[in-house]
Write a protein that binds this ligand. Structure first.
Ligand SMILES: [Zn+2]
Length: 350
């Protein structure tokens, strides 16, 4: 059964039926873990918070944050038998020890990047977060073609924007979990018509909620098009994360997107090529762009396509192996703190 698809579709139908306000407010209001929109500092400014299933978290409650990891992913398309299905207890059994190891290594929160299309199961995410008392940040949004489900192909830009806004302001699929950010993607050969519609919808939802948009985009020239589309839609590149920047071999494009204001995310750390990562990070720091760099592993996860969920890869490489390499390359402690603590909080909080 395609549980996730049915749940998302039901949610979508609620939204498209115009009943969003009553449903989202009635159930979202009961959850008790929504961001308090009235949270203010002494000067009366809204305080940015990271939105998690355990409630909103302020910068003073958090340390190192991993910007791109997975607890649960299904890379089969939604029409495959068994797609996105698992026993919640099995996911907790497999992933809780990995979260415990990450905590021992200093990680205080993880941004989960599994959007609709690749097995998003926010009910499971919530259960894992509660069982481990560990903050995970859930996304709204839809992965690229061919993972885009039929209902999203059929939806208008406005309907998609309302659906995302509903998840960012209210909750995801009656789980009581508020979405923290928007995850989407674009094809390697160029952004498709449907992906453009989703991106424009995200621009509207992001502008309305100050949510950051992150896109899995392998080619820099596609990111260039995405930034053009976003700017045209009235959104700012400052609130856009280029996920998997490392996959683009032309470093000049990393610089170009960062200079336009976008976050560049090196999120394959621990899968080889450490020297290249260190070199690129140092070059971005030297160019004065260190405030826009995010680091992560793109690791985990429970995979329903594998027996027993497969074998997860640990979330500890950056703490244990990579940070010492940055230090050896002359990156000072304050800068490392910025890259691993401050930047991810600034990127994902709102
Ligand atoms: Zn990923």
């Amino acid at each position: 059964m395609d549980t996730e698809f049915r749940m998302d579709r039901r949610r979508f139908l609620v939204v498209s039926g115009g009943a969003i306000t009553a449903t989202a407010l009635a159930i979202g209001g009961l959850s008790g873990c929504r961001r308090d929109a009235d949270e203010e500092d002494k000067e009366g400014n809204a305080v940015a918070q990271l939105i998690t299933p355990l409630g909103p978290k302020g910068a003073d409650e958090l340390g190192m944050i991993l910007a791109h990891e997975h607890i649960f992913v299904d890379l089969r398309t939604w029409d495959q038998p068994g797609y996105a299905e698992a026993e919640t207890a099995d996911v907790i059994d497999l992933m809780a020890p990995e979260i415990a190891k990450a905590q021992e290594a200093g990680v205080t929160a993880i941004v989960e990047c599994s959007a609709v299309g690749v097995g998003r199961r926010v009910d499971i995410l919530k259960a894992v977060s509660e069982a481990t008392d560990f903050p995970l940040v859930a996304p709204t949004g839809i992965y690229r073609e061919p993972w885009v489900p039929d209902w999203a192909h059929a939806a208008s830009e406005e309907e998609l924007r309302e659906w995302m806004t509903g998840e960012l302001e209210g909750q995801i699929e009656e789980t009581g979990v508020q979405a923290g950010w928007i995850k989407l993607s674009a094809g390697d050969a160029g952004i498709t018509e449907t992906e453009t519609k989703i991106l424009r919808a995200a621009a509207g939802a992001g502008a309305a909620t100050n949510a950051v948009i992150g896109s899995h985009t392998i080619r820099g020239r596609v990111v260039r098009d995405q930034l053009d589309i976003l700017e045209e839609a009235g959104y700012t590149p400052d609130r856009f994360i280029w996920i998997h920047t490392q996959a683009e071999p032309d470093f000049e494009l990393h610089l170009e997107m960062a200079r336009r204001g976008a976050w560049v995310e090196y999120d394959g750390i621990g899968s080889g090529g450490d020297r290249t990562y260190v070199d690129r990070i140092v070059r971005l720091l030297d160019a004065g762009l260190g405030d826009q760099v995010l680091l992560s592993h793109d690791r985990g996860w429970y995979d329903p396509a594998q027996p027993g969920g497969g074998t997860p890869r640990p979330f500890t490489y950056i703490s244990e192996e990579f940070v010492p390499e940055l230090t050896a390359a002359g990156v000072d402690e304050a800068t490392i703190h910025k890259l691993t603590h401050d930047n991810p909080f600034r990127a994902f909080s709102r």
